[in-house]
Design a protein around this ligand. Structure first.
Ligand SMILES: Cc1cc2nc3c(=O)[nH]c(=O)nc-3n(C[C@H](O)[C@H](O)[C@H](O)COP(=O)(O)O)c2cc1C
Length: 186
């Protein structure tokens, strides 16, 4: 099997993510990979917020404020969980789609492009010996979160990639049989 396919087949979301994080030079390559995602009519809809160090504390405060102001029946325990969420990895990349009005490219296609970019990021990280976990939860796919992150209303948060070096017990990658998922018309 070639290296490209090996990289795709070995990608997984580790249970734990630790330091080190990718260097700036490595992240430059990761973002170049992200920006090779398919993009209908070259709308260039994807934006990324790279959050590390004190940025994670800032994100934690934002998640806390957002939860306090928007989550119904919020328990003390849930609030603590939301506040702690950003510290599950040493780097987070917020995935943002900047929606532009276009006669042929609806909003959902622009978000699909950012989703494809996200997978390219995960694959690029895997190829460099790092990993990411894609998460959504209460703070994504929710219009109100944009203003908490200082984004404009046409910039939608489609998810977060928690990034770092895989640590802890390695996950077993499940064996999938394509026959269970593929129908052939011949
Ligand atoms: C759009 C999207 C949103 C996700 N949101 C979450 C999430 O909020 N929490 C979570 O634990 N996993 C979430 N996942 C799943 C993980 O990223 C991961 O794919 C899953 O745990 C399977 O592990 P694997 O990637 O090793 O196969 C999400 C995946 C996708 C594609």
């Amino acid at each position: 099997m070639n290296e490209g396919l090996e990289n795709i087949l070995s990608r997984n979301s580790p249970r734990e993510l630790s330091e080190p994080i990718p260097s700036s030079e490595e992240m430059e390559l990761v973002y170049k990979a992200a920006l090779r995602a398919p993009d209908h009519a070259w709308q260039r809809p994807s934006r990324f917020i790279e959050i590390t160090g004190r940025g994670l504390e800032k994100l934690s405060k934002i998640f806390k404020k957002f939860a306090e102001e928007n989550v119904e029946d919020l328990s003390e325990e849930a609030l603590k969980k939301y506040e702690a969420a950003p510290f599950r990895a040493p780097m987070i990349i917020a995935l943002v789609t900047e929606i532009k009005e276009h006669p042929k490219v609806p909003e959902i296609e622009q978000m699909f492009s950012t989703a494809a970019a996200a997978e390219n990021i995960l694959l690029a990280l895997n190829s460099l010996g790092y990993a990411g976990v894609w998460r959504t939860g209460k703070f994504a796919l929710e219009d109100k979160i944009s203003e908490y992150l200082d984004l404009s209303s046409n910039q939608k948060v489609i998810g977060y990639l928690y990034v770092g070096t895989p640590s802890g017990k390695q996950k077993k990658i499940p064996e999938m049989n394509p026959k269970d998922f593929v129908t052939k018309w011949e």
